[in-house]
Write a new protein. Structure first.
Length: 512
């Protein structure tokens, strides 16, 4: 199978014929910021947080339960290992992470969709992980594989989205031990954007590597990064064997991992911003250092998934000032480590794509742009605190991602932007609608929503007085109707089909 895939990737006649007939949908390049990051912490504050994080690693330590290989690696590296507790001498983690690259390229099967993660770049990826989906017609329900496929198609067709993501929803109608195969197959065949691998069990991470070997060629996978996958730390300061097992597989195979503390402030970290940032840094340092123990130079992203808790209900809250403070501060810490940074998203706690969802999401997206995030997971589709992937909110958020692109451009100051000729032409009391400068620039001067309604009241009323959710539902319907699958060499499709069938037949279904 792998040999057939390598031949297919070289570009057979069937692939060239398919490419000529494929419909290409416009996708914006990943964001390259031309604006400054917002830096909220002083040098003194950063020094204190970094010193306290080193103290945590040395005096308190972190746990690596049920993972004797990890404990052996740490012991050999010079850590103090007592039982499952690992204490790192000051400076050890920082020394180890020096081999982690400051940026890397994730390759897509369509090279035009490759993304560079790091530096001033921002890569946007969709919602990840919800077991439920919601749409205007069917309401809230458990997600299915059909829902998953629809989200992948919407992601492929969304102009401002650079990445296909991973578990855009959890397809509960497929066995737990086999659904990763169907999800990966969907990302590989229904889209040609980059995607994420499975992390729910080490063997599933290996399946992800093996399927990429079919898609890209085994040698290409070993020499290039074709997946960026999410490794959550079980905060506070615990690195469970399942996630670490997946990390080990990906690092050994040169595939990127987001090593991300999963923080709900007040429950899994202190209630204070400085305390939470200290714990986030300590956990990230330990996790990233471990990735470099596995393979020096393995690509990695410093993650920070942070929210606070409602002290009355215990529910997580989103779009809050405290979350913004932590996101800004963690960005500064990541840059001081010279590492790519993951945080933020279309976060909200609302049950519907309503005003609460819009307020909280806008706050979360903007703090992600200004904090210097390089990889933004959950950039569109998130609802109900991450329990729900919403079809309408997916396209609403994806539309708004265009504003991030335009904000990130900054302000041009070249001769055309100065517009002195226009000001001279119009003079006092005139208007700019017909002037030469306006005619030359109007098509690209302003960001334009593909969703929001700016029509006069009378027209809006005549068309049914539709709110944004209704407009979004119609857009979902149109995008799915217009979808055309990107071309793929039949030899690769055949090899992937055979691999999935063989792996599914190898073990009985399990829904646990």
């Amino acid at each position: 199978m792998a040999e057939a895939a390598r031949r297919g990737r070289g570009g057979g006649g069937a692939a060239r014929r398919a490419a000529r007939t494929a419909v290409s949908f416009e996708t914006a390049k990943y964001i390259e910021r031309n604006i400054p990051n917002f830096e909220i912490l002083t040098e003194e504050a950063l020094d204190i947080i970094e010193a306290n994080a080193e103290t945590i690693l040395e005096e308190i330590g972190v746990n690596f339960p049920d993972n004797p290989r990890a404990l052996a690696r740490w012991r050999e590296a010079g850590a103090d290992v007592q039982g499952e507790r690992v204490r790192l001498p000051k400076g050890l983690a920082r020394e180890l992470i020096k081999t982690a690259p400051s940026s890397y390229t994730q390759h897509a099967r369509n090279p035009d969709r490759n993304v560079v993660v790091g530096g001033k770049n921002l890569v946007l990826a969709p919602v990840y992980g919800p077991p439920f989906v919601r749409d205007l017609a069917g309401g809230r329900r458990y997600a299915t594989m059909e829902d998953f496929n629809k989200f992948v198609k919407l992601g492929y067709m969304s102009k401002w989205l650079h990445h296909s993501g991973g578990t855009v929803c959890e397809p509960t109608d497929v066995a737990v031990n086999k659904r990763h195969l169907d999800m990966l197959y969907a990302h590989m065949t229904l889209s040609d954007k980059p995607f994420m691998g499975s992390v729910t069990e080490p063997s599933r991470a290996q399946d992800s590597v093996d399927m990429c070997g079919i898609l890209f060629g085994e040698k290409f996978v070993q020499e290039n990064t074709v997946m960026t996958s999410l490794i959550n730390i079980n905060s506070p300061m615990t690195f469970d064997d399942v996630m670490m097992g997946a990390l080990e597989v990906y690092a050994e195979n040169n595939q990127a991992c987001i090593i991300s503390p999963f923080i709900v402030g007040g429950a899994m970290a202190p209630v204070s911003v400085a305390g939470t940032l200290t714990q986030v840094l300590a956990e990230a340092l330990a996790g990233i250092a471990y990735s470099q123990l596995i393979k020096p130079g393995a690509p990695v992203i410093m993650g920070a998934f942070v929210t606070s808790i409602d002290m009355n209900s215990g529910a997580p809250t989103f779009g809050t000032p405290e979350a913004a403070h932590i996101t800004y501060g963690a960005g500064q810490l990541a840059r001081r480590l010279n590492l790519p940074y993951r945080s933020a998203g279309s976060f909200c706690g609302s049950k519907l794509p309503d005003a609460q969802a819009a307020y909280e999401t806008s706050n979360s997206l903007n703090m992600g742009l200004l904090s210097g995030v390089n990889f933004m997971l959950h950039a569109c589709g998130w609802l109900e605190g991450g329990l729900v992937s919403s079809f309408e909110k997916f396209v609403m958020d994806a539309d708004q991602l265009g504003t991030l692109h335009h904000l990130a451009r900054g302000i041009e100051i070249d001769e055309n932007a100065q517009a002195m000729d226009a000001i001279r032409e119009v003079g006092p009391g005139g208007h700019y609608l017909g002037c030469e400068h306006t005619q030359a620039n109007f098509k690209t001067a302003f960001w334009k929503s593909d969703l929001l309604d700016y029509k006069p009241f009378e027209t809006w009323e005549d068309e049914g007085a539709r709110d944004t959710q209704t407009l979004a539902a119609l857009r979902v319907e149109k995008m799915l109707a217009d979808y055309q699958q990107p071309a793929m060499d039949p030899a690769i499709t055949e090899a992937l089909d055979a691999f999935v069938a063989k792996r599914k037949a190898a073990e009985p279904d399990s829904f646990m």
